[in-house]
Design a binder for this molecule. Structure first.
Ligand code: DQA
Length: 142
């Protein structure tokens, strides 16, 4: 099984970016954790990050074209703004799992709205890097 893990803007700075909110794990640390977890389950992940909305949309389309079993998507700030990302999620048949390190509902009001969530199969948030692991577990169990 192939699982795409897509990360949005500013997540390349994880480790030094507001560590009191996002923790000390870098994106490379998270990629390595998920690689191990996937390999143990006989699956494979394709892990990517971009600061550009259109790249994330292209990669959602690519996940479908490549026959991915699921997508884990931390759309970061675009979660709360991007109708185009929601449309892309709805346009593909591959299930998308929304992931966040922090819990957006426990933060500012403007983070409470999630366009991604309107198309996502499930949401995993508030557990730091572990949110990704929980989402991968869920995606692999289907
Ligand atoms: C985030 C939460 C978003 O509200 C924020 O814009 C991010 C990171 C998270 O993983 O906690 O960039 O998606």
């Amino acid at each position: 099984d192939l699982i795409f893990v897509l990360n949005g803007p500013n997540l390349n700075l994880l480790g030094t970016r507001e560590p009191e909110i996002y923790g000390h794990d870098t994106l490379d640390d998270i990629a390595a954790m998920l690689d191990d977890q996937a390999r143990e389950a006989g699956a494979e992940i394709d892990f990517r990050q971009s600061n550009h909305e259109g790249h994330l949309i292209d990669w959602l389309h690519e996940a479908q074209a490549e026959g991915a079993k699921a997508v884990l998507l931390n759309a970061a700030g675009y979660t709360h703004t991007s109708i185009a990302l929601l449309d892309a999620i709805k346009a593909i048949k591959v299930p998308v799992y929304e992931v966040h390190l922090s819990d957006p509902h426990a933060r500012e009001e403007f983070r409470h709205l999630s366009y991604v969530g309107m198309g996502a199969k499930a949401v995993f948030a508030g557990h730091g890097a572990k949110s990704y692991q929980l989402a991968l577990d869920a995606a692999l169990q289907v």
